[in-house]
Design a protein around this ligand. Sequence first.
Ligand SMILES: Nc1ncnc2c1ncn2[C@@H]1O[C@H](COP(=O)(O)OP(=O)(O)OP(=O)(O)O)[C@@H](O)[C@H]1O
Length: 207
Amino acid sequence: MPPLLEARGLRFSRNDEPVFGPLDFAVEANEALLVQGDNGAGKTTLLRVLAGLLKLDEGEVLIEGRVADAYQRSHAIAYLGHLAALKADLSALENLDFLCGLHGRRANLVPEQAMAMVGLAGYEDALARQLSAGQKKRLSLARLWLSPAPLWLLDEPYANLDLDGIELVNRMVQAHLQDGGATLVTTHGAYAAPPVRTRMLVMRKPA
Ligand SMILES: Nc1ncnc2c1ncn2[C@@H]1O[C@H](COP(=O)(O)OP(=O)(O)OP(=O)(O)O)[C@@H](O)[C@H]1O
């Protein structure tokens, strides 16, 4: 079986300044790839490139052994960014409905169930802008849980979460991997990582 995600010779520059690359890595179904590196090493940029939000300079991304352009990748990937991509004036539930309309939804799972799973039962009608930073993160996790995409790109998923939230992320990642999915997780150190089969990618600023 080919890896769920494979990157070959990925390079990205901004204004002719190299940000990262060339990078080669792979992650299989049932695995996590821990993307480590100092502040500014390019972790967020890499995830945004993989998700198709930024354009690659060079290299190829393969999904299940096939070269996938940004559009094809967007179907296979669910991206959890630093900032929750929420509409401030919609309610929590409306946000989930909107995002499911945009990205699709797993069969047999409805937004209310996902909200309960992330500890937000009772907040369905709260406006997104009234949620705390941790609650917004939890709402983004509910969206992730609803996504049908097999590959999760998680940019600092533990940020803003309490201990219970950290355990929630780990449980979600474990369940997703058991279900045949894979995930990339950015982190500054190995101190926070899901307890699953893990590969490492250490990023350094190009010299
Ligand atoms: N929108 C942008 N415009 C210009 N430069 C940017 C932009 N976003 C990031 N950079 C630069 O690209 C480099 C990589 O940034 P990136 O956010 O990918 O790093 P990171 O490894 O995720 O860092 P951190 O651990 O601080 O989150 C940095 O030098 C940063 O200053």
